[in-house]
Write a protein that binds this ligand. Structure first.
Ligand SMILES: [Zn+2]
Length: 72
C-alpha cells in the first residue's frame, strides 16, 4: 500500500507531497524543531483531525476509512 501525505506550513507557505507517511512526519518533526512553525498534513483526502490523532499516536495506519485506499 502506498499512501501519499501532503504537508504544508501556513507560516512559510511550504507545501509538498511525500510518498510515505514516515517521510512526511520526519519533515514535520524537523520543521517544527528548526523553525517553531506548526505544519499541517493530510493523508490521501482525509480530514485533518484524523491524521492529527494518528500522528499523536505514532501510528502509520489509517483507522476507519477503507473507501479510498481500496480503489486499486
Ligand atoms: Zn514553516
Amino acid at each position: 500500500m502506498s499512501t501519499r501525505a501532503i504537508v504544508w506550513c501556513p507560516r512559510c507557505g511550504f507545501e509538498e507531497t511525500f510518498d510515505s507517511l514516515s517521510a512526511a512526519r520526519e519533515w514535520i518533526d524537523d520543521h517544527e524543531r528548526e523553525t517553531g512553525h506548526d505544519p499541517s498534513w493530510e493523508i490521501g483526502g482525509m480530514a485533518h483531525g484524523v491524521e492529527r490523532a494518528g500522528a499523536a499516536a505514532g501510528v502509520c495506519g489509517i483507522p476507519g476509512s477503507d473507501d479510498d485506499l481500496d480503489a486499486e
